[in-house]
Design a protein around this ligand. Structure first.
Ligand code: NI
Length: 263
């Protein structure tokens, strides 16, 4: 039987309702597509370091301090327990600290309860240091609707990245630079992904940061990056103390595929 689609059918009304609601219910999931949309009008650069703190983190903090550059750290609860003083130092020196799970599992391989345990274990560890993350970054960029829901429950915005240094894969300063410093002047922007657990990454940072600055980067924390979103973009409830509060993810979406590599 041929079905006709009447404009006033219940289905059409539901669809209309969903479309009308859509703009205000935009996701608080900073996936690659959303980041590119937000960065299109700005030049700010959020430099993020995952998987620490580690043995090279103190040296990284030294060189960030020398340059007055704020960074954002997505830490593992497991590593925070071993080096809480480094994490306290991050906050004291103006960096932002966020949640990257307890011991770096691929969230899509965990059930909802397991995902929540991973997330909340690190939340508790950070809360005990007086740190209240605003963002959660799933290891490997691997997440599903359960992750988005769990993050929302914990008032965490799920955040990925837009510029991948591939520093876990190519352990040379030249390769890291090649992946993150754009050739055209003034075009550096986005959320940059690095890992402070690798010596080569920290070795590369002085050159990388200087070159990014020359290519137009204005360095900000991830909270500052999100709160300075361009005119016309969705309003975000600005927080005076980005470390202390979070916005729940408001909708759920599944990524089409996981980005490759051990992030
Ligand atoms: Ni990671």
């Amino acid at each position: 039987m041929r079905r006709t689609f009447h404009p006033l059918s219940p289905f059409a009304l539901v669809l209309l309702f969903v479309l009308l609601l859509a703009p205000s219910a935009a996701a608080e999931v900073l996936d690659g597509k959303e980041i590119v949309r937000l960065e299109a009008k700005g030049h700010s650069c959020a430099i993020t370091f995952d998987d620490g703190p580690g043995r090279h983190t103190a040296r990284l903090l030294d060189l960030l301090r020398e340059r007055g550059i704020p960074a954002t750290f997505f830490v593992l609860g497991d590593h925070v327990e071993k080096a809480p003083d480094l994490v306290r130092r991050m906050v004291q020196e103006g960096h932002e600290v966020n949640n990257h799970s307890y011991d770096h599992p691929a969230f899509r391989k965990l059930n909802a309860a397991e995902q929540q345990r991973e997330m909340e274990r690190t939340e508790r560890i950070l809360n005990n240091l007086g740190i209240h993350p605003r963002f959660f970054r799933p290891p490997y960029g691997s997440y599903n609707a359960d992750t988005v829901r769990d993050a929302a429950k914990d008032n965490l915005i799920l955040a990925l990245w837009s510029v991948d240094s591939l520093d876990w894969k190519y352990r040379t300063v030249r390769a890291i630079e090649g992946h993150v410093v754009p050739r055209s002047p003034g075009s550096a922007r986005g959320i940059f992904l690095f890992h402070d657990i690798h010596r080569t990454t920290v070795d590369a940072m002085p050159d990388v940061l200087d070159k990014l600055a020359r290519q137009g980067c204005r360095f900000v924390t991830l909270s500052q990056w999100l709160d300075s979103r361009p005119q016309g973009a969705k309003e975000h409830s600005g927080q005076e103390e980005p470390q202390q509060t979070g916005d729940p993810a408001k909708t759920q979406k599944e990524p089409e595929s996981n980005p490759p590599g051990p992030f």
